[in-house]
Design a protein around this ligand. Structure first.
Ligand SMILES: [Zn+2]
Length: 497
């Protein structure tokens, strides 16, 4: 019987029973997590057989991770799946001057794909590797449509399904579609334009994709419908989406109550907030997963609670943009299910849990309404509940063997106290030591199955630089890149030689 990590082969399911142990294991009992000191987890063929102390049966290997936390893998329902462009705007405002709203000139010239199909496929594979490096085992990807001709494509999502299978990441996929977009008619004047047929075509493509891909790669790939943003969807498109989700037995994700431009646009078009508009049409249900709720009214939140809508909370991207879910603890008290999402770079769920803890306490004006464990619950149990997956988000016999191992003695870590508090306050996925998805070894010691992340990083940067060079074409009056994204300080270059 081998005892060490070397007995594991990246990208493979170990033969026979594997027992993993560490100073702490997150077990589960009566619907809630438990902390098992020096606990053990045994799994075989992708399924967890045992969680507890002193497993009595035979095992093929025993791996001791030492001072670490063996945790259910993290669930990311707004998972960054491209080379993030929102970070370009962090210190550059307003967005409409920085390539984040299509100017009329770009629309008239004919929007085009700013990446090739190969580049689109590559960035998803690279992003999936980043998610695994951060202990994320289930992902519902999100990417920007600003640099797209219109919606996402079947080709890139076929490639994404294969990448998920090869790297070993559980995914909920289908190409995003929309029936409209926002256009900048003049400085500061942003209006919606619609092409409803294109939205219907996108939905039909997504349905066909799900019918073809759902259950592939040993059931790692499942479907989820993803209309892009409520303000650019027509009622007919959303009704057809909800009906298709019901027929397919999948969820659909729709960004809403997330920004001032959306709130204003939906009010102008439909006379209410987006959640109230959908409620009137009978489209709020537990099929709906709704990032980010940062601009939700009391009425919106009450409607979410009544209808079983799940929120996806992405505190890093929201906080950096100056908004928050107000508040995480208040939404929990209302009985709203909250899942977590990374949404932006870095795709670090633990960082998001820390920011979520901080922003909730600022909103509450007090520290006692939310605990680190509440955020951790959202990233595990909350995500699983949103997906309707009783077999994910916890380590229990019969659950899928989706496991993340986090070091508790990393040299950059805060002093190790309660393991959940330590992880959340540490705020960094860099302490992720190993990841198993469906019992398969997807990441060990920063090595990801199916991709050389060091090499891929070089390719990703070159591709990203190429995209940035195209920004003037979709920025108002086409200023040079140096003007769109001004440097933090004046740049001095070497003029010698
Ligand atoms: Zn989002």
């Amino acid at each position: 019987m081998s005892k060490d990590l070397a007995s594991l082969t990246l990208g493979r399911r170990p033969e026979g029973r594997t027992l993993v142990t560490a100073s702490w294991v997150v077990g589960h009992k009566d619907g809630s997590h438990r902390l098992l000191q020096n606990g053990e987890v045994v799994f075989e063929n992708g399924e967890i057989l045992f969680v507890g102390h002193r497993f009595a049966g035979e095992v093929a290997r025993r791996i001791d991770f030492g001072n670490a936390l063996i945790s259910p893998g993290l669930i990311d329902l707004d998972a960054l799946s491209d080379l993030d462009t929102t970070i370009l705007g962090i210190d550059n405002h307003p967005g409409w001057t920085k390539g984040r709203v299509w100017p009329r000139s770009y629309v008239d010239a004919g929007p085009y794909e700013m990446y090739s199909q190969n580049e689109l496929a590559f960035q998803k594979r690279f992003a999936f590797g980043q998610l695994l490096l951060n202990g994320i085992t289930t992902a519902a990807p999100i990417a920007s449509l600003f640099y797209r001709e219109w919606g996402e494509t079947i080709g890139e999502f076929d490639a994404a399904a294969d990448a998920a299978g090869e790297l070993g990441l559980r995914v909920y996929l289908s190409p995003a579609y929309r029936s409209g977009g926002m256009v900048l008619e003049s400085p500061g004047q942003i209006v919606p334009i619609f092409d409803e047929e294109r939205g219907f075509q996108g939905l039909n493509d997504a349905i066909a994709y799900i019918e073809r891909q759902h259950g592939r790669h040993g059931d790692l790939v499942r479907g989820m419908l993803a209309p892009d943003r409520v303000e650019t969807s027509t009622l007919d498109l959303l009704q057809r989406t909800d009906a298709a989700a019901r027929d397919l037995g999948v969820k659909f994700r729709l960004h809403m109550a997330q920004g001032a431009m959306e709130v204003d646009t939906v009010r102008m078009l439909h006379g209410s907030t987006a959640p109230a508009w959908l409620a009137k049409a009978g489209l709020l249900s537990d099929r709906l997963i709704a990032p980010h709720a940062t601009n939700a009214t009391e009425e919106d939140l009450a409607l979410y609670a009544q209808n079983g809508v799940s929120i996806v909370h992405c505190p890093l991207v929201s906080g950096r943009g100056g908004s928050t879910l107000n508040s995480f603890s208040a939404c929990r008290k209302r009985g709203i299910n909250i899942a977590m999402g990374t949404d932006t770079a870095p795709a670090d769920m633990l960082m998001n849990l820390l920011v979520g803890l901080i922003t909730c306490r600022i909103n509450d004006g007090a520290p006692h309404q939310v605990r680190s464990a509440d955020l951790y619950d959202a990233a595990t149990l909350g995500g699983a509940r949103a997906l309707g997956r009783a077999d994910l988000g916890h380590l229990s016999p019969g659950a899928r063997a989706d496991i993340a191992v986090f070091d508790l003695d990393d040299t950059v870590m805060a002093p190790s106290i309660d393991p959940i508090t330590t992880l959340v306050t540490g705020g960094s996925g860099k302490v992720t030591r190993a990841v198993f998805v469906d019992g398969r070894v997807s990441m060990v010691n920063r090595q990801v199955a199916g991709i050389d992340m060091e090499k891929a990083r070089v390719q990703a940067q070159a591709q990203y630089d190429g995209l940035i060079a195209k920004y003037p074409e979709r920025s108002w009056n086409s200023p040079p890149v140096s003007e769109i994204f001004s440097p933090s300080y004046p740049i001095e270059v070497d003029t010698h030689g």
